[in-house]
Design a protein around this ligand. Structure first.
Ligand code: UDP
Ligand code: MG
Length: 321
């Protein structure tokens, strides 16, 4: 590094964005672990580096605890959303706040199931010129069989539907300021960050870690919410379901032409039509397919409806920065 550069070089500022929904039972440990990580990285990052909690409209003491922790250590900061806006929106709220004050932003879940000790490696990779560093789970041994199987089915479904995601990567990643700014430019309401980030381009890298068990509390992603996320992921990024409906429709049309020909042949041969059961069955079957098709198209129309309204993703009620 030249002398001039050395003089003007100041260590980059890191923000660790942590969405929290009813995480009061885990926050003490989370803060302890993350502050220890910040301490360990003193040579890499500037003194203004911090934790930024995003209280996603929690109903427990989460925000009170964050305020207390902020009093005790100014590196603990937070914003409180006016209502529960969902994990993805909470992340965006954190990114929008953090991007104003930091050079690099790491997002990590409050339960520290993702190993915070790889954050220094993420920062080193970022300092080497990577704009996005994904945390990738090398092992899911601590997850329940159900969580593991459904999560893997989810990644397969996404790639089957043509949505580019990083296998076994959730929302534990580091992004540079310009990558976050590019991400925030996307501005869509139906958020599926895991699908958007790979689209950004820039230089990208990965670090691996073994997923751990929750430090405390329960999962805030029950099966229903997970299905919702998968559905959002597919319908926000892929037109394949609509194409599939079209092809199924064409196949049915061809089949019905075949059946019509067969009925015609039967008529000519004066054979009585005895197929009441098959007739009823096909009516039900076809109506079912039509309804599924309508449902899928309705889902896309609904998404357009939400996008055109352009409602704010979240409202901030309070902040400690
Ligand atoms: N979360 C959130 N808003 C929600 C649901 C979850 O901010 O509506 C946060 C939650 O506090 C946690 C992260 O999102 O920090 C991931 O949730 P969780 O660990 O419960 O999901 P899992 O790891 O079980 O998939
Ligand atoms: Mg978790």
């Amino acid at each position: 590094m030249s002398e001039v550069l050395k003089e003007t070089y100041t260590s980059p500022c890191l923000a660790i964005v942590v969405p929290c929904y009813n995480e009061a039972s885990v926050l003490e440990k989370t803060t302890e672990h993350l502050l220890a990580v910040l301490d360990d990285m003193q040579v890499l990052i500037g003194p203004n580096s911090r934790i930024l909690y995003v209280d996603d409209g929690s109903k427990d003491d989460t925000w009170d605890i964050i305020k207390q922790q902020h009093e005790a250590d100014s590196r603990v900061t937070g914003i409180s959303l006016a209502h529960n806006s969902g994990h993805q929106n909470a992340l965006v709220a954190g990114l929008e706040t953090a991007v104003r004050i930091s050079d690099f932003i790491v997002t990590i879940d409050a339960d520290l199931q993702d190993d915070e000790s790889v954050i220094p490696s993420m920062v080193s990779l970022a300092l080497e010129g990577n704009d996005i560093v994904y945390g990738v789970r090398s092992s899911r041994a601590t997850d329940t069989w159900f969580k593991r199987t459904t999560a893997q089915a989810f990644y397969r479904l996404m790639s089957g539907m043509g949505v580019q995601t990083v296998y076994n990567h959730a929302d534990f990643r580091l992004m540079s300021r310009r990558a976050v700014e590019a991400l925030l430019d996307y501005g869509e309401r139906n958020l599926f960050l895991r699908g958007l980030v790979p689209l950004l381009g820039f230089r990208q890298a990965q670090v691996e870690y073994a997923r751990r068990v929750r430090l405390a509390g329960e999962s805030k992603y029950p099966f229903g919410k997970m299905l919702g996320l998968a559905f959002d992921g597919v319908t926000s990024f892929s037109m394949k379901p609509v194409h599939m409906v079209l092809w199924i429709g064409i196949a049915f049309l061809l089949a019905s032409i075949g059946i019509a020909l067969w009925v015609f042949v039967c008529l000519i041969q004066h054979k009585a039509i005895t197929g009441w059961a098959s007739l009823m069955l096909s009516i039900w079957f076809c109506s079912g397919c039509v309804l599924i098709g309508l449902g899928i198209i309705g889902e896309y129309v609904g998404k357009i409806y939400i996008e055109v309204k352009h409602r704010p993703r979240y409202n901030i009620k309070d902040e400690r920065l």
